[in-house]
Design a protein around this ligand. Structure first.
Ligand SMILES: Nc1ncnc2c1ncn2[C@@H]1O[C@H](COP(=O)(O)OP(=O)(O)O)[C@@H](O)[C@H]1O
Ligand SMILES: [Mg+2]
Length: 459
């Protein structure tokens, strides 16, 4: 009888452990909410002071406090940890603010992030500067980049698309007003087109003109043809389209200039140097030009093509240099983007402020994208595993960088559901109408493998 009891007990415990391990792997978010979160909160509350002490993050208390403690309680005076704010629970982890003690800087806390993560049993700990003297600790309970779900609260706006998830579970927002042009690099099958697809789906419902150049005969961008105002699928079409865009940009500059010259008495706030200062009814719609596989634009087979290529490169450089004020933005995608592409390549690259680097085959490619942002960012890009397509390193304006991953958005969902439904959102730009693509009829291109559309979760 006792033997049977023992077997039943052991079996029951093993089943519970197995079930927990399965739940942790298969449903990390649910496991975190039910098991991980309470356990981590208890650990954090119970061990906050001792952990901070062990990490060297405590300081001597102020003298008045030491005197007061000694006078009233006669207790030993112990170093104090940074003051902790309320713990806020989220669907992916928890957050709390710390007030830095005098003499501490955010880098001190960040240097101990790895130790804190082990002490409190969480997947990762990130430190964010909130304001002078205050940092926010973000504890992430599980690997949020394994199965990307965008936070529901990640709201975009005009020309702001929450396109991917950062490893600290915040949304990575592609903001065209802040970073007018961007370079997206990565080896083949690293997830570049998925990044573009997410961006296109995000912009589709906004009053933004989408223009594409896809020299892979349009295989990547044609499924979105319903929503595109212009699409070039080979070098010749691109060579025809680019001068039209440059002319459109010049027209917009004339418009801004006309506005500036209304009268010498025009109040200062009505003088503008970009389209955003124009009144709503006069403002031309912003244009985003997507270029997939940019190297195809640069490659030439014969001497005859060389002039055409040089012209295109010059036009692209002009668009990158002057486009922002005219509301024209570039999103350039390629496998490599170095001097070997030819004249003008590095000059164009220097104009593309935003940088996203997916998995690359060699360090030189990573340096092309991120070398001028931070050397560690380039190393991080080199260590992206091939079994995680879509994972990338994004550099930000401040010289900081973060790991991001796009949600797995199926082509059917992006093309059919979003772009077809949003076809009417495309603003009219008469100059581009000769380039309007014929939308492919029938079912959208089938996708390989099972794909789920991204589902927002509450944060
Ligand atoms: N974020 C992601 N999550 C899951 N799978 C992805 C993700 N991004 C890309 N993939 C998969 O990786 C493969 C290659 O992606 P793709 O965007 O076509 O790469 P590239 O354009 O760099 O060659 C596709 O089959 C796609 O389904
Ligand atoms: Mg591609």
């Amino acid at each position: 009888m006792t033997d049977w009891m023992t077997v039943a007990e052991v079996g029951g415990s093993l089943a519970a452990i197995g079930g927990a391990a399965y739940a942790r792997h298969a449903h990390p978010a649910a496991y975190w909410s039910a098991v991980g979160l309470p356990a981590s909160v208890v650990r954090l509350l119970a061990s906050y002071s001792s952990t901070m002490d062990a990490c060297g993050l405590t300081v001597e208390p102020p003298r008045w406090r030491a005197v007061a403690v000694k006078a009233t309680t006669r207790r030993e005076i112990r170093p104090v940890p940074p003051r902790r704010g309320l713990i806020r629970l989220t669907a992916t982890g928890l957050r709390m603010r710390l007030r830095l003690a005098p003499g501490q800087e955010p880098a001190d806390i960040a240097a101990s992030a790895e130790r804190l993560r082990h002490a409190w049993g969480v997947h990762a700990v990130y430190v964010r500067d909130v304001k002078p003297g205050v940092v926010e600790l973000r504890l992430v309970g599980f690997d949020v980049l394994r199965d990307v779900r965008m936070p529901r609260r990640a709201r975009g706006g005009l020309l702001r698309v929450p396109v991917a998830l950062r490893e600290d579970a915040t949304a990575f927002v592609r903001d065209y007003r802040a970073l007018p042009h961007e370079l997206v690099l990565g080896a083949t099958l690293s997830g570049k087109s998925m990044y573009l697809r997410n961006l296109i789906a995000g912009l589709a419902t906004q009053p933004v003109v989408l223009v594409g150049i896809d020299c892979k005969r349009g295989v990547e961008l044609s499924p979105f043809a319903d929503r595109f105002s212009a699409l070039a699928v080979d070098q010749q079409q691109a060579a025809d389209l680019l001068p039209v865009l440059v002319a459109e940009m010049e027209d917009r500059y004339d418009l801004i200039k006309a506005r500036q010259g209304i009268a010498p008495s025009t109040p200062d706030e009505l003088i503008t140097s970009d389209i955003w200062g124009l009144p709503d009814e006069d403002r031309p719609p912003p244009i985003v030009l997507f270029i997939d596989e940019v190297a195809e634009l640069f490659l030439v087979a014969s001497r005859k093509d060389e002039d055409r290529r040089d012209e295109m490169v010059t036009q692209l450089i002009r668009l990158a240099q002057l486009g922002r004020a005219a509301g024209i933005h570039l999103e350039v995608c390629g496998q490599r983007f170095g001097a070997e592409l030819g004249k003008g390549a590095t000059m164009l690259r220097a104009q593309l402020t935003g940088r996203v680097c997916h998995r690359v085959n060699d360090e030189a490619s990573a340096k092309m994208a991120l070398g001028d942002i931070a050397p560690e960012a380039a190393w991080a890009a080199c260590s992206i595993p091939s079994e995680r397509p879509g994972l990338a390193v994004a550099g930000d304006t401040s010289g900081g960088w973060s790991r991001i991953r796009t949600p797995n958005l199926s082509l059917t969902h992006a093309a059919a559901a979003t772009c077809r439904a949003a076809a009417d959102f495309a603003p009219e730009v008469p100059a581009l109408s000769p380039f309007r693509p014929h939308a492919p009829t029938g079912a959208p291109v089938a996708t390989s493998g099972p794909m789920a559309s991204p589902q927002p979760v509450t944060e």
